[in-house]
Write a protein that binds this ligand. Sequence first.
Ligand code: SF4
Length: 204
Amino acid sequence: MNQRNYQKELDKLIESQVSSGRVPTLLLHSCCAPCSSYTLEYLSQYFKITVFYYNPNIYPETEYHKRVQEQQQFIERLPVKHPVAFIEGNYDTDRFYEMARGMEQLPEGGERCFKCYELRLREAAILAAEGSFDYFTTTLSISPLKNAAKLNEIGERLAAEYKTVYLPSDFKKRNGYKRSVELSEEYGMYRQNYCGCVFSLRTE
Ligand code: SF4
């Protein structure tokens, strides 16, 4: 089976937007400031971005607020070609625990995580459709621990369901992850050492 190259697909899409002189709008779901760093540096050259911070998976609440603050500060400080806006979603943790029920003991990277991607991407897809964004996507694929094929599959399924468009992406390509580590150091960013939920905290 041929594996898709999401970076190449994104290159093609950007190339055609640039040649048409268009700067499309993008709703970018972000999991945290460090993961958004390279993604924003890269995509803000070609898109008008709204960062959507929707992560009800994060535990504890103090950690959630710390990550939101770090995200906002990074957006304010990053020099960009096109404007970057910010929207914070609801911190509705009940939805996350309801979704994770029965999968609490699964290791990171398994079914619970796929459902966790979907929970967050669904909210982004709904907002992208309601706000008539040209595209939506997520920073999540920058992490070597996240499954880019799954993220794109879920994103495209939700795009079809809500009649919007998912931007194909695998931000760990082209040294994206390495660049995010460099930017985090450059900006003195807080880099958490666990994915986010109480279950990932336990496995540390
Ligand atoms: S480990 Fe990360 S992706 Fe998996 S369920 Fe927890 S927060 Fe979500």
